[in-house]
Design a protein around this ligand. Structure first.
Ligand code: KG4
Ligand code: ZN
Length: 344
């Protein structure tokens, strides 16, 4: 089956063509147009994002089809939740019109389920059962995935998402938006030195069943950074060590909670997804923790870690093969639970 994927949930206009059956899927093309304009404002401006999607959607889809040498496709998969509604509506409207004109089905895809499938496009072993850590700009989710379409949510953030924490701390340190990759570079070139921040929501006395055993919270860490910045007599010299200490605290928390999930469910694979999965320190720390325990860690490349339509096409393929279709009244939603949830 050939699936055209479309993603417009935030500030990337993306289209991809994917051929496949089950876990045997081949990416034929992937076009990602990042809306750099938001850097001027230090964050995504929703109306500007919607208008930029409207301008870009036709050429981005046409280019994905041209690069794949694909005139025809069997279905259109489009992100319809969660995200900025005005941005999602552009992709959903376009996908429905295109599917109608071509006489093929359209399927709405949950953006976070897309992130779950991204790594499988690059690593054949990144298939269920596995423990999943999804760390993006809008979400932080720890999941046990016993099969595609059967997801047990173990933990989520109570305030800022991991990527959001990176972006906010980067801003405090005077780095450009989106700050994650800039902060990672600054941290990599520094030692934490005199700075050390408490690991958020991490205590030894937590036990499975406690609400905070798996959950995350990053706003306190952000405040600790703010206090360190304010107290610094020489921020030029302290920026690097503060960035490093922040990243160390955040990574430690993610590694520890992921370890708890792997242990409880006895999984032998960890699959990462979302923009922060492109962070080399996080991936290295997880590998250091798990390799000697016989647990393999799968991380997507930066291109597939951040928002892209390939992962949407891949998740769409899964649902289409199960016979699922959306109707032409498919709508867009700012929030929506992940499909296929099983009780924790
Ligand atoms: O998954 P994504 O592209 O968009 C959402 O669905 O939110 O994630 C974007 C987020 C941003 O917060 C960005 O700063 C962060 O991922 N990010 C990183 C890195 N690359 C992207 N954070 C830390 N280190 C990175 N290398
Ligand atoms: Zn995303």
């Amino acid at each position: 089956m050939r699936v055209l994927g479309i993603e417009t949930s935030c500030d990337e206009t993306s289209a991809a063509v994917l051929d496949g059956t089950g876990d045997d899927a081949t990416l034929r093309s992937l076009v990602i147009l990042s809306q750099d304009v938001h850097a001027i404002f230090g964050g995504v401006v929703p109306e500007i994002a919607s208008r930029a999607h409207l301008t870009a959607i036709v050429p981005v889809v046409e280019r994905a089809l041209t690069e794949a040498h694909a005139d025809a496709f069997d279905a259109v998969a489009v992100t319809n939740a969660p995200g900025l509604v005005g941005a999602l509506l552009v992709g959903v409207s376009y996908a429905k019109a295109l599917a109608f004109a071509r006489g093929v089905p359209v399927i709405g895809v949950h953006h976070m389920e897309g992130h779950l499938f991204a790594t499988a496009l690059e690593h054949r072993g990144a298939v269920p059962p596995f423990t999943a850590l999804l760390v993006s700009g809008g979400h932080t989710l720890l999941l046990d995935v016993e099969a595609w379409g059967r997801y047990r949510v173990l933990g989520r953030t109570r305030d800022d998402a991991a990527g959001e924490a990176f972006d906010k701390v980067a801003k405090l340190l005077g780095l450009p938006y989106p700050g994650g990759p800039h902060l990672e570079r600054l941290a990599a070139a520094s030692q934490a030195g005199p700075f050390r921040f408490a690991r958020p929501m991490l205590r030894r006395d937590q036990a499975a069943g406690d609400p905070d055993f798996y959950d995350f919270s990053f706003s306190g860490l952000k405040t600790a950074v703010l206090n360190a910045v304010r107290a610094s007599a020489d921020l030029g010299a302290d920026r690097g060590p503060i960035a490093r200490a922040f990243q160390d605290a955040l990574v430690d928390t993610l590694v520890e909670k992921t370890t708890r999930a792997v242990r409880q469910f006895g999984r032998t694979r960890v699959v990462l997804g979302g923009g922060v999965a492109g962070n080399a320190s996080l991936v290295a720390a997880l590998r250091e923790r798990f390799t000697s325990r016989g647990v393999e860690v799968f991380a997507p490349s930066s291109r597939l870690a951040t928002d892209n339509a390939a992962m949407i096409a891949r998740a769409g393929l899964f649902h289409l093969e199960r016979g699922e279709r959306s109707s032409l009244d498919l709508n867009a939603f700012a929030t929506q639970p992940l499909p296929g949830l099983v009780a924790a």
